[in-house]
Design a protein around this ligand. Sequence first.
Ligand code: AMP
Length: 470
Amino acid sequence: MTDWKEECGVFGVYSTARNVAELTYHGLFALQHRGQESCGIAVTDGAWMDVSRGMGLVNEVFRHQIPFMEGQKIAIGHVRYSTTGSSLMANTQPLLVNYAGGKIALAHNGNLTNAAAIRRDLEEQGTIFQTSIDSEVFVNLIARSRKDTIEEKILDSLKKIRGAYCLTIMTEDKLIGVRDPQGFRPLCIGKSSGEFGEAFVVASESCALDVVDAEFVRDVEPGEMVIIDGNGLKSVKFATGEKRAACIFEYIYFARPDSVIDGQSVHNARFMMGRMLAKESGFRGDIVISVPDSGNTAASGFACEAGIPYVDGLMKNRYIGRTFIQPTQKQRKTAVKMKLNPIRASVAGKSVIIVDDSIVRGTTSGKIVKMLRNAGAKSVHMCISSPPITHPCYYGIDTSVRKELIAATKSVEEIREFIGADSLHFLSLEGLKKCTGAIDPEDMCYACFNGGYPVANENADKYVFEQQKC
Ligand code: AMP
């Protein structure tokens, strides 16, 4: 399996009535799919600020206790995959720093495309960095800004930064949410009132609002900063007129189907991709099965469009995390087997259409085709609900290097041969663009499929900071 990892999830809550640390724990739990390497929660009561972080899943790190302090009123949280920097304790978030203006905690989802240059400049001026993640440049820029208020300091810092960022920032008395001018990654606002007490929530995905009984209010707009404090919510637009570039891969694979991002239901987009794939491929077989769980929604769309029964063909072991969490190639290889097992009774003697969301290096598909054949499938037709991935992502999805992407060097027919399927079909880019109806297709980023990068990458690679330090 691959090193292809998505970035992170962020969460923040402001409430004088509810236990914000506990709400953050629940919010992070709902965002666990966005990162399983490490997580953390930072809390403040208005004077004191504390952070608790660790390696592992949310329920592992906070098995025994959720950070708690009397009178707590703001908390932010983070779940992480390593898109920049290694999977190390030092790189866990939220970051918490003391500076001349007080304390701030910060959690970042995304990937900055000019962090290396900013860091070099800051280091030349004597700044010491304690992590190897790009997110640390934010706190240093904020701390060094000569502006008066925290809002101005953040805006001052953002002027220097390019790339993908959704932030939750906490001061002793404010919760701040920021979304980059292109809106690469999702960020939404929720609010709860009534029997549970008032709370404002900022989260990567709307599924994290549901779990804390917060009503969806709206998305944070690209280029917007929202400030929540005792006076309610205030909005500052710091970038207007920039071309939007929301990540299409959130809809294809990453976000949870029960989330709605920028007005578009993830489930509906994914279902539509499956329908479109059935139309385009024209494949017909005895059954449609999915690669669980990421292929489920598209597979059901495919089956619905083609009028072919959708059955369970692969059993997923629910107790294993996403296979990509395994850090070495050897661990990843055994992980596919540990994770998936064919249901012989479903597939034996059948012409099987199998739907997955993407092929990255081709490792997973090849193994699955083999499994299905061993289980007696008559023929295996692989249908992928996204186009071939030919270019790495610089905005938060860890595609490692281009030469590892199978579609960067092989044709569809060569990939088919490599994975051993009887046939292979990818959704076309044109077809994909028709699947997110609530959003103008021109407002999305498709760089991993066509190399059309909306913001130039100025960094070398994800270990750039570690290499500098060696
Ligand atoms: P590969 O085996 O390298 O071709 O990877 C394809 C599999 O990876 C598919 O089953 C996808 O669901 C899954 N996948 C796609 N994108 C990601 C990602 N960013 N992180 C983890 N898994 C992914």
